[in-house]
Design a binder for this molecule. Structure first.
Ligand code: MMA
Ligand code: CA
Length: 292
């Protein structure tokens, strides 16, 4: 029996020749199996789609997480890149600073060298100036002494001579220039006088005072007009007068080596113990006297 609607088909009907698409029992079995599978397959698909859905969500979460992580890492990378470029910039500027400082250092080094040599030159000039000052001071002192001498002699003695009572005295002052007794006497004569006759205590004190003030050495003797060349031990002034009182140093006169016949006076702290006999050709300074 044929039917127009599928719902009207029974299982038994499928075995008839009226159903061209289902003509044997195997086909019927297949249909039944399909029917059974169709019922259980919809659960499977639901599970699968649920799992797939969950997986999709998971993937989505993972992708979102990854992209968040990526953006964070990439931000960090960008920051690091920025820091690195800043550091590079700083390094370059430090390098430039270093170069500038090195150049400044070498310039300063040169300047220092120049300043040092200028300092040396100035030091040399300063030393010269100092020695000039010393020389000028000495000159000033000499001039002042001369002035004092002139004042002391109340203008009655020639320049450079000193006055004691009515006599002018000259103390040779020609640097290191020294002479024997005779040559010294000749100089005094040339000046209009003669070697000094120191025949009073007052005169000896005057002479000693001048020599003390001159700050000369212990052996810077000055010839006076006294000799014993005629008779050893008999001292006479150059005008022939006998020596009444001598102002010898202790132990003098000793006629050392039997060769000392002329007398000289020396700087001493004891003004009345100042004379020594010395060889007449011995170079010494000398004292002249002159009546104005
Ligand atoms: C010197 C000389 C002499 C003097 C003695 C004193 C060495 O000779 O100046 O005239 O008597 O010194 O020691
Ligand atoms: Ca002597």
């Amino acid at each position: 029996m044929a039917s127009s609607s599928a719902e009207t088909y029974r299982r038994d009907d499928f075995g008839t020749d009226d159903m061209p698409f289902c003509n044997n029992s195997e086909d019927l079995q297949e249909v039944s199996i399909l029917t059974v599978r169709g019922e259980t397959g919809s659960g499977f698909y639901r599970l699968a789609s649920t799992i797939l859905g969950l997986l999709s969500v998971l993937f989505l979460v993972v992708i979102i997480g990854m992209s968040v992580l990526y953006s964070e890492v990439s931000g960090r990378h960008d920051r690091l890149a920025l820091n690195s470029s800043q550091a590079n910039g700083e390094l370059e500027s430090l390098k430039a600073d270093y170069k500038r400082l090195a150049a400044t250092k070498s310039t300063l080094h040169e300047e220092f060298g120049k300043v040092l040599s200028e300092k040396k030159a100035l030091q040399v000039r300063l030393e010269r100036a100092m020695s000039q000052i010393v020389a000028l001071r000495q000159e000033k002192e000499r001039s002042e002494n001369q002035l004092k001498i002139s004042r002391d002699s109340c203008g009655r003695c020639p320049q450079g001579w000193r006055l004691l009572n009515a006599t002018c005295y000259y103390f040779s002052d020609e640097g290191l220039h020294k002479r024997g007794w005779e040559q010294s006497r000749q100089d005094c004569v040339n000046k209009g006088g003669d070697l000094a006759v120191v025949d009073t205590q007052e005169k000896q004190e005057f002479v000693s005072e001048v020599l003390q003030a001159s700050r000369l050495g212990y052996w810077d003797g000055f010839w006076i007009g006294l000799k014993d060349d005629h008779t050893e031990g008999v001292w006479k002034w150059r005008d022939g007068a006998s020596l009444e009182r001598g102002h010898w140093r202790e132990g003098e006169p000793n006629d050392f080596y039997s060769a000392e016949d002329c007398a000289a006076t020396y700087p001493t702290s004891k003004p009345l113990e100042a004379w020594n006999d010395a060889p007449c050709n011995h170079p010494l300074k000398w004292i002249c006297e002159m009546s104005p």
